[in-house]
Design a protein around this ligand. Structure first.
Ligand SMILES: Cc1ncc(COP(=O)(O)O)c(C=O)c1O
Length: 431
């Protein structure tokens, strides 16, 4: 039988289900002491003074923006390559998103592109540590300081990553994290805001705690759908559910069926009622367990990434991820450039390896942001980058298989040439 490898894995620490059952039996599925403990441990892990839970990462961001209480129409800068929800949330919060280009090698906001985007109305820069790779924070912070701007780090992909030895999320005025099922710290949904600013923390907490508690039923249904999602991407689940569909679709042109699963791109005002909830005690129980082993789990993905890079470096049609020398990325995604992503991914799925084409959004291409965009050619040139499986649940044998298959199916692909305007430099060292 063909051995398959799904593009994603969901992290879950042994003993989680038993701990959840006990929590519900004690009547503490919704409210309970684990929420505050998780916030305290999360703050301690980052060495910051405050951590505040939220129903989603996006809501943690929303409360940070609301807590800053900026004049309506203030401008907020995002990289053009990010998850569409985040600039949309800023728009819902009354701000005007402005997109700047990325460095085409690191996929992160290009500090050199920042100054041209700053106007008299700019108030915030949002560096997104995309795919778990830290942004080049020194120049970003210097520019922010020069113009008196807030920096809010988007750490949805990057829990545990470091830049010059410090954790992402600890550089700006505040940061936010996502605990969605596929993220580094999975609590089947949820998010966290962190900051060292006492007054800002108090305002964020007031906003987050003004939301209603979810019902026990809502929490159970959230957990069940997360467990179901996890089952579909588990080795057996994937082989007998999604894989056959992806396999068949590969013979009918390029059909990425997952676009039917992702959230529909749309205006988010008024905010959906499911967003307006507090984070539950049951999810915090899971969070406490994962936080204890997060560095070990990240180390597994980092080792997979190291092996992938080692095995791919001689292939002319592929460019492995380029990282800044003084960073330690956590590899939420392992993102490659290739001369022919569609052929590569189609051939890969027929050999059992599921790769995702372009995980995040080129926001300057979205209708939703048409009033706010100017061209960002480097971000637009990433259309068709491929993400290889790199999650911590993979075994060394899986990585060997991914490499064997890629080496085999990329033999006749043309060499990759990085084209495009600008003077962005590749970092001086690979992982
Ligand atoms: C870059 C980025 N930022 C923020 C978020 C938002 O996280 P959440 O889904 O918890 O709101 C995501 C979610 O995938 C993301 O990819």
């Amino acid at each position: 039988m063909i051995r398959t490898i799904a593009r994603y894995g969901a992290r879950q620490v042994p003993g989680t289900t038993q701990a959840l059952l006990k929590t519900f039996l004690r009547g503490q599925g919704v409210q309970g002491p684990a929420i505050r403990q998780f916030e305290e441990k999360f703050a301690a892990y980052h060495g910051v003074r405050h951590a505040i839970t939220a129903s989603y990462g996006r809501m943690a961001f929303y409360y940070i923006l609301k807590a800053l209480d900026l004049p309506p129409g203030s401008e907020i800068i995002f990289p053009a390559l990010t998850f569409w929800v985040i600039p949309e949330i800023a728009r819902v919060a009354g701000l005007r998103p402005v997109f700047v280009d990325i460095n085409p090698y690191t996929y992160n906001l290009d500090p050199q592109a920042l100054p041209a985007a700053i106007t008299g109305r700019t108030r915030i820069i949002v560096p997104t540590h995309l795919y778990g790779q830290p942004c080049d924070m020194d120049p970003i912070l210097a520019i922010a300081k020069q113009h008196g701007l807030y920096v809010i780090e988007d750490c949805a992909h990057a829990i545990g990553a470091t830049y010059r030895g410090s954790k992402t999320g600890t550089f700006g005025h505040a940061a936010f994290f996502s605990f969605q099922t596929l993220k580094g710290l999975n609590t089947y949904g949820g998010g966290m805001a962190i900051t060292n600013d006492d007054r800002l923390a108090e305002r964020i907490r007031q906003l987050a705690e003004a939301e209603p508690w979810p019902s026990t039923r809502e929490i159970i249904s959230k957990l069940l759908s997360g467990y179901l999602q996890r089952a579909f991407i588990s080795p057996y689940g994937f082989t007998f559910s999604l894989f056959p569909a992806f396999y068949i679709a590969s013979f009918f042109g390029h059909q990425d069926l997952t676009r039917y699963i992702w959230e529909k791109i749309r205006p988010l005002d008024p905010l959906p009622s499911a967003y307006r909830r507090r984070y539950s005690n049951a999810q915090a129980v899971i969070g406490l367990k994962v936080l204890e082993v997060i560095d070990k789990l990240n180390a597994k993905s980092q080792e997979h990434a190291r092996r992938l890079t080692e095995g791919l470096k001689e292939i002319q049609s592929i460019l492995p991820p380029q990282t800044l020398p003084y960073t330690s990325p956590v590899y939420y995604q392992y993102c490659i450039r290739t001369s022919d992503p569609i052929t590569l991914s189609r051939r890969a799925i027929r050999r059992g390896i599921d790769m995702e084409i372009m995980h995040v959004d080129i926001c300057t291409r979205l209708e939703l942001f048409a009033p706010y965009t100017s061209p960002c050619p480097h971000a637009e040139s990433t259309e068709g980058t491929l993400q290889l499986p790199v999650y911590s649940g993979l075994q060394p044998e899986d990585i060997r298989q991914i490499l064997r298959v890629i080496q085999d199916i990329s033999r006749d692909l043309p060499p990759l040439t990085m084209t495009g305007p600008g003077n962005s430099q590749a970092p001086s060292r690979n992982i």
